[in-house]
Write a protein that binds this ligand. Structure first.
Ligand code: PMP
Length: 391
């Protein structure tokens, strides 16, 4: 049989399957995955059925149905003050994963460098490599997982074509402030660098802070692809629907890729989302307090344990340091927790370079930095069964 030359030699089989199987075997509670254990709103499901039965079942337009793009533009204006054109600045995609992939393929190629920050969400690196470009990974700074903007400025070379940011951050739960965006703008000013901003958790920012979107930053808005997710916002991660907002010339290139990756995204879901955004604009803006209450409850339950943590500033993940509990490496620890405590957590490791495995065990997600002195940590989606931490 002819051997296959791998385009992604460092990407192995994920350990997620192994861990999920182990969790099932031990009846462990799974806090490792970033999705809610409750359903999307009833009204939204009603609208889905209406449009499915109303024969909205053929190809929608390549960029997404116009009513949905109009709702997105209205929301972007209301939240971030940016006027975006639904015709040529908004594109609906099949998940944020697709939007990130399209933006990378549209922008970078062989010889280009893309700066990203560790730990980074796992789909960034392979998308950069598939485009033929080189990922340049800078560590986020402990203890608060912030960006070292001086290190960023030093890492920029004539080959740097893109900087990827993620706020609120998965898995760290950190958020970028408006001042951070100013520093980013300053670092890339004068360079031909595009920003790819992953903002899928835009509505999950806690403690009276507001989300700082690149769309609300005059300078960055002109040089950014901003990616958002309906899945996260409407508790419907399985729909894999998202969108990208970018200036017209960026959007034109983005769509050249999108049209040959998926061409378009599920029709009746788009109609349902357009109606629901119009009927219930408060759904999105109430999410912060909704998830903050879950975070607070979760942290309250975690407090008496030997896990050490700073409450998450955003997303639905909570990092916690388990070094006071065990000297084990994170994989051994999560495996033992799954077996003995029926708690499934996933490792931070797979979100790092050369880390092919993701370990999920029934309640918590453990994530490890590869720096030898870094604390051992795990993260937990606040939405899921916090009582398991009593185990
Ligand atoms: N970016 C981040 C930071 C995420 O956490 C996720 C989902 N876990 C995605 C992108 C991908 O989102 P989607 O499911 O819409 O492709």
């Amino acid at each position: 049989m002819q051997s296959m030359q791998s385009k992604l030699p460092q990407v192995g089989t994920t350990i997620f399957t192994v861990m999920s199987k182990m969790a099932a075997e031990h009846g462990a509670i799974n806090l490792s995955q970033g999705f809610p254990d409750f359903d999307c709103p009833d009204r939204l499901r009603e609208l889905v059925s209406e449009h499915l039965n109303g024969r909205k079942n053929q190809y929608p337009p390549m960029a997404g149905i116009l009513p949905l793009r109009e709702e997105i533009a209205a929301k972007v204006h209301a939240l971030y003050g940016a006027q975006v054109c639904p015709e040529n600045e908004v594109t609906v995609t099949s998940g944020a994963t697709e939007a990130l992939f399209d933006a990378i393929q549209a922008t970078v190629g062989v010889g280009d460098e893309v700066i990203l920050f560790d730990p980074a969400y796992d789909c960034y690196d392979p998308a950069i490599r598939l485009a033929g470009a080189t990922p340049v990974r800078l560590p986020l700074s402990l203890p608060d997982y912030s960006i070292d903007f001086e290190a960023l400025a030093r890492a920029i070379t004539p080959r740097t074509r893109m900087v990827m940011i993620n706020s609120p951050h998965n898995p760290c739960g950190s958020v970028l402030s408006a001042e951070d965006l100013d520093k980013l703008a300053e670092a890339i000013r004068g360079h031909a660098i595009v920003v790819l901003s992953d903002e899928v958790y835009e509505h999950m920012v806690f403690d009276e802070q507001s989300h700082a979107s690149v769309l609300g930053h005059d300078e960055l808005r002109e040089k950014s692809f901003a990616v958002f997710s309906f899945g996260k916002t409407y508790h419907a991660t399985g729909w894999k629907l998202a969108y990208c907002v970018a200036p017209p010339s960026f959007t034109a290139e983005f769509r050249k890729v999108h049209q040959f990756v998926t061409f378009t995204s599920v029709s009746f879901l788009q109609y349902a989302l357009a109606d629901y955004m119009n009927e219930c604009p408060q759904h999105a803006t109430e999410l912060a307090s909704f998830y903050q209450a879950k975070r607070d409850r979760f942290c309250e339950l975690l407090a008496p344990s030997r896990f050490r943590f700073m409450p998450s500033a955003g997303t639905y993940f909570q990092l916690a340091d388990y070094s006071a509990i065990s000297d084990e490496d994170d994989m051994t620890f999560v495996t033992r927790l799954t077996r003995e405590q029926c708690l499934l957590i996933s490792l931070m490791t797979p979100l790092k370079r050369r880390s092919p495995n993701r370990a999920s065990f029934a309640s918590v997600s453990a994530k490890k930095t590869q720096r030898s002195k870094a604390p051992r940590r795990f993260y937990v989606p606040c939405s899921r069964h916090p009582s398991c931490l009593r185990c």
